[in-house]
Design a protein around this ligand. Sequence first.
Ligand SMILES: Nc1nc2c(c(=O)[nH]1)N[C@H]1C(S)=C(S)[C@@H](COP(=O)(O)OP(=O)(O)OC[C@H]3O[C@@H](n4cnc5c(=O)[nH]c(N)nc54)[C@H](O)[C@@H]3O)O[C@H]1N2
Ligand SMILES: Nc1nc2c(c(=O)[nH]1)N[C@H]1C(S)=C(S)[C@@H](COP(=O)(O)OP(=O)(O)OC[C@H]3O[C@@H](n4cnc5c(=O)[nH]c(N)nc54)[C@H](O)[C@@H]3O)O[C@H]1N2
Ligand code: SF4
Ligand SMILES: [Mo]
Length: 821
Amino acid sequence: MGENCTRRSFIKRAGATAVGAAMLGSLTACGNSGMMNLTADSSVAENSTAEGNEFYCTCGWSCSFCQYRIFTREGNVAHMLPKPDFDYVTCLKGRSRIQRTYSDARVQYPMKRVEGTARGAGEWERITWDEAISEISKKWLEVEEKYGPLANSYYQGGGGFQGSLNGNAGMIMRLFNATGCTKWDYSFDNATNTGLTRGGIQWFDQNEPKDFVNSDYILFFGGNPINAQIQMSKHLFDAQEAGAKIVVVDPHFSPTAAKADKWIPVKPGCDAALYLGIIKRFMDEGTYKADFVLNHTCAPYLIKKSDGMYLRGGEYQNEPLHVGPPFWVTGLPTEIDPIMVWDEKEGKPACFDTCQNPAWSCPDENYITAWDMFKDHVQEWTLDKVMEVTGISEEDFDFLYNVLQPENKVAHYINFGTGAYENGLQAAYAMTAMIAMTGNFGEPGRSVGGFDCMYGNFFGHALTAPSNGKMCKAVTWLAACDIVSTGKLQGEDYPVKTLWVSHGGLIGGSVNSGRNKREMLDKMEMIVVQDPFLTDTARYADYVLPVCDMYEFEDVIPLNHERNVRITEKCIEPMYEAKTDSEIARLFGEALGLADAVCDVTDDDWWKGTFDDVPAAVEHGITLDTLRKNKLMRYVDEEPYIGNRDYKNFITETGRLMFYVDNPTPRTPSNFDVAAVTEREKMPTYFENKISGENSEYAEEFPLVCMSWRNPSRVHMTHFMKDWARDVMPTPTLFVNPEDAEKYGVEEGQDLLITSTVGQCVMQCALHPGIRPGSTVYYKGYSETESKLGSQGAITTDYADAYAVNCSFFDNRIKIEPWKN
Ligand SMILES: Nc1nc2c(c(=O)[nH]1)N[C@H]1C(S)=C(S)[C@@H](COP(=O)(O)OP(=O)(O)OC[C@H]3O[C@@H](n4cnc5c(=O)[nH]c(N)nc54)[C@H](O)[C@@H]3O)O[C@H]1N2
Ligand SMILES: Nc1nc2c(c(=O)[nH]1)N[C@H]1C(S)=C(S)[C@@H](COP(=O)(O)OP(=O)(O)OC[C@H]3O[C@@H](n4cnc5c(=O)[nH]c(N)nc54)[C@H](O)[C@@H]3O)O[C@H]1N2
Ligand code: SF4
Ligand SMILES: [Mo]
């Protein structure tokens, strides 16, 4: 298939503007063999009928959900500016969406792999929508008939569009739920959340970033907002100007550490040990906030020494169930079997929620309080041991301990960096326990939270439940290869034969792409990818369906971080033959015989369900119509919003923070050995990571720990085509400390052959003294088409923790050598 610059005639007309000129500059060079597509038919967009020339669009990627003013000319997007009353400026990534939209990487028509050619070979046949729908549905139904509904499977990522109707939790989920197919749980971004949730912190009930100005310290754990939430970081600088100190705990001198007042370097994957050491110090010196610990944590709860379970009212005194806190997910009332505490005055166990005099310690030798249990547990974390395991200096340890003192107003900002290891859940669980010592939240300047663009959707998604009552069955993608080879997970049948992907790319977005291709994708009887662009994953499909991108449809995007909802307006007609995800869901709903279950919901129903069911929306008059008028609306009155006031929002059974959990459960079932690691789960525990750990069995052969940073010029894999953002950093790069470069005989600018425990790729060497010696960092987001050999997705392990079941992207080791092509 030949290459061509698809937008030639549009550019000619727009050429008078600076935008047009810049486009021309980069597009004349267009010619990346990986981005071959069918011959373009540019007349479609040029005959566009969209009216007017100024719109508001929300960049619904997983970084900041910025809302922008978009200018169109003759039905094409010509320019993008900040919204007049908006705090932020446009970012280069968002701005280059204009070029991306018109790039030749756009999927223009439904396409089918040419029969007899290999997957990924790039030979496509153009088919009509009718043909695509009928062939795909026919195969889907045949497979379902022969092997049952779970034989069809659906994968979606986390980085794609997050709109309510057309995003990954929109109509498309209603369709797949209605089929009752297997749904792959992408299994990233989960360890931190699972650890915080186990401890009881609702990550996303945080103070708005605007409130940073009220803090004495803003403390970053595994977060790099200068790359990853660039728009939010404005509030950091405002706070710094107002006198707040920024403190960053990070193995590397990251771009955020570079802007900080204090950088605390630690060894990778050791944070849990650091936090346990700080907890011990709080306990040793009695500086914890005692009334908070006693009344808002599990400290006084009684554990039976006989079996390690909590003593409960039902067992102890036939106590009827008590009213518990409303269930945080649904808001519905709960009933609980109350945990007992030791009533100091009465000298016997009493229910935690009625006892006025709970004791810190229990004199009855049958029981031990969670406080005493945890105190024993952390004793091993002496300063010397913490320094040895984490590499922190005594001075930095003291500094952190002093910063965390309850009298300081601290904003704890927790992101994903500590979570991308086997022990990532424990890092977050330990962090919860550390914060439990100070109760430092719920007021201006005091908060716990982090990046939550995608995960704090205040709408819920009521209409993803189809009328036929069916639901997908979620299983972890990390088990996909094993499931396909055995047909089973934990004894249950998953005879998976087909795969459908939307809103994500498992090649590159997930781990160990080499194995996934060989053992999963290559075994599929049909792969369908629904994406606006010909991504690595789309190129590996049998059918590719063209989807509308931002600018081409109307939708609504909530930004929990700032407690508001934004509209994104349709400003051009769908490009080529692209359809919106909701339209595609309805078309396949009909073709799969599920019209009654899927298509009975109109767009109007969707919006009604979205807003009318959410009290905060009703209270604030938010409907699609008011949003069309106002463009952005807040759904809380308070500004800045302060999370978890009065400590009412801890999301555990008893509404208290927990550092002892008697029945820890894995986040989701997997093929990892749960029984082997159960004991360590009850209390926050440090264990060494299997791969990146210093004493790892892999350390000798693969001496360098390898992890990724968010790419300042890309959002995940969305800029592999020629656009302005890609021009900034066009080459996959590995940052290496100069000491290591010398040790391993590599040089600046050299192509490096990188070999990990599972695969290989080539990246260019860049020397960076800010990278911790013994480890390396790459900017993620490069596609296979941009790599000289292999790809970044091929070098990450699919080994993970049995409880977190979360991609250990950073729990990785490599060896490097100059690449001889
Ligand atoms: N090595 C390494 N790998 C990582 C990570 C890491 O730190 N290191 N981080 C992981 C994390 S946290 C994440 S969230 C993932 C992200 O991984 P993915 O979720 O796979 O992210 P993307 O590659 O951005 O895929 C999103 C896709 O959705 C498409 N898309 C955009 N808008 C629409 C739309 O409206 N409809 C449809 N159907 N498609 C649309 C885009 O073109 C793109 O192909 O990457 C993970 N992978
Ligand atoms: N430009 C851009 N922005 C994005 C995205 C993107 O693709 N591009 N993706 C979005 C998505 S989906 C996500 S999930 C977020 C992720 O946002 P972040 O979690 O902020 O980003 P990361 O780069 O994954 O890692 C954060 C930091 O953790 C550090 N780190 C690594 N190991 C450790 C450790 O053991 N201990 C500690 N304390 N720190 C460690 C890293 O050095 C890095 O500085 O970014 C979002 N924003
Ligand atoms: S790429 Fe991210 S930071 Fe840039 S405009 Fe889009 S949402 Fe905002
Ligand atoms: Mo993510």
